[in-house]
Write a protein that binds this ligand. Sequence first.
Ligand code: SAH
Length: 212
Amino acid sequence: MRLRNIQGARDTIAESPLVIHEPEKAKGNWRELFGNSNPIRIEIGMGKGKFIHELAGRNPGINYVGIEKYSSVLLRALQKMDEEMRENLLFIRMEAEDIGEVFAPGEVDRIYLNFSDPWPKDRHAKRRLPSKEFLARYDRILKKDGILEFKTDNRELFEFALEELPEAGWKADFVTYDLHRDGEKMKSNIMTEYEEKFSLKGNPIYKYEIKR
Ligand code: SAH
């Protein structure tokens, strides 16, 4: 089944109160939207939402926003909310490039990138979510001292992501080339859909946590 063609995904999303339909209007107003002043953490390219749904369940005192560009995939995250509602989780269907239109400077407390698309061709480097171009966008919305966490099983993408840091003005706080062998970090690790799939195949999982 090709996810992209799920019938009615767009209609279901258009009707969902869990999806913020005009996110530019939410810019600077996310606290009002959630109805409290808890910190706001976002996952960009969340896919079917397993990670953020579980994270929101574990941390009711933090608000979460899941961002995904494809309706058919976002639909899966909405279905998880039907099964188990999270009051502290909302969604946006959008292209991550426009993230600065949706969150005000410093409005975001933490950013998660999990198994981002590798865009292996050099000429597409700017489309990679951990590229310096995207780091500049995150810099605008992430609070001072805020952390960005990135996990992947793609070695080339991970090395590229590390190389981008100095020029973009970020530094690594934590780096591992084998997350699943780090007992301390694994205590709080939540597996994403891709992480389950690729770690089962025996791929090591790379992770960094970065700051400015
Ligand atoms: N984070 C999930 C899914 C990884 S696949 C997991 O770890 O299991 C990458 C996801 O990011 C896909 O669902 C893709 O549609 C989404 N994505 C990729 N580029 C994006 C962009 N520029 N803006 C928004 N979503 C994007």
